[in-house]
Design a protein around this ligand. Structure first.
Ligand code: ADP
Ligand code: MG
Length: 245
């Protein structure tokens, strides 16, 4: 992936969510993981990079093209090229798994009904959900719901897939299910930027890991280096806390 950020700032009232983020990712990076304490700015950075949030200052470039945050039309078009999944389940509760996937394909991406259904069924099958196409979200387990939500996010063939703590609402078994799926997407060539509290997963699957604290990227290195030999004191303290048990 090629993602470049320069001096990205975002405030919410008096809160500085991002205080000047610089990021340069290029080359063989399939998965970039954001880790760090709660409130550090991970979700805000994902939203800015994905075009869901307009920064107060700074620049973002993806694949060498600058994201134009000032043009509503350009931003909409940019957003459409990305896929998103947030920490809580985001399926529409009153629609079947299948319809959850076909609806945006038709409404947002302009596919015909038949083509959308074909694509949706293909995605559901790929994620082991072929038999659950007609179920409502409440009839699916948490892990299945999250897999269906990921199927929906990747059905349009997004350039970048943004996942914000995709397993934080899941029990350990379902977490494993969803993490396996993410690793599989990576194997299939999907480029992914995600935030996670699953340090074992970040170490195993991410190519690069960025540690965010207080609205800054404090340290960013290949996963093995960042976990194997953390340098920044705040990162060491964080890893000491979250990897103690
Ligand atoms: N929509 C919002 N309105 C007000 N404050 C927000 C909003 N989104 C994020 N913040 C604040 O910005 C900071 C960074 O939040 P966030 O990006 O959610 O961090 P993280 O995902 O690392 O927990 C926090 O202090 C949070 O309370
Ligand atoms: Mg968050």
């Amino acid at each position: 992936m090629r993602v470049r950020a320069r001096g990205v700032e975002k405030r919410f009232g008096a809160t500085v969510a991002l205080g000047g983020v610089d990021l340069d990712v290029a080359g063989e990076v399939g998965v970039l993981a954001l880790i760090g304490p709660s409130g550090g700015g991970k979700s805000t950075l994902l939203r800015v990079l994905g075009g869901l949030e307009v920064p107060d200052a700074g620049e973002v470039e993806v694949d060498g093209v600058r994201v134009d945050y000032r043009s509503e039309a350009a931003l909409l078009e940019y957003r459409r090229r990305n896929g998103f999944l947030f920490q809580s389940f985001n399926l529409f509760p009153h629609m079947s798994a299948l319809r959850n996937i076909t609806l945006p394909l038709v409404k947002v991406h302009g596919l015909g009904a038949g083509e959308a259904e074909g694509k949706a069924r293909e995605c559901l099958a790929r994620f082991g959900l072929a038999d659950h196409a007609d179920k409502m979200p409440a009839q699916l387990s948490g892990g299945q719901q999250q897999r269906a939500a990921i199927a929906r996010a990747i059905a349009p063939g997004p350039g970048l897939l943004f996942l914000d703590e995709p397993t934080s609402a899941l029990d350990p078994e379902m977490t494993g299910e969803v993490l396996d799926l993410i690793a599989e997407l990576k194997e299939g060539g999907q480029e992914i930027v995600l935030s996670t509290h699953e340090m074992g997963f970040a170490r195993e699957v991410a190519d690069e890991v960025a540690f965010l604290a207080e609205g800054q990227i404090v340290e960013r290195r290949p996963a093995a280096d960042l976990f194997g030999a953390p340098e920044d004191a705040r990162l060491k303290a964080f890893l000491g806390r979250v990897m103690r048990y």
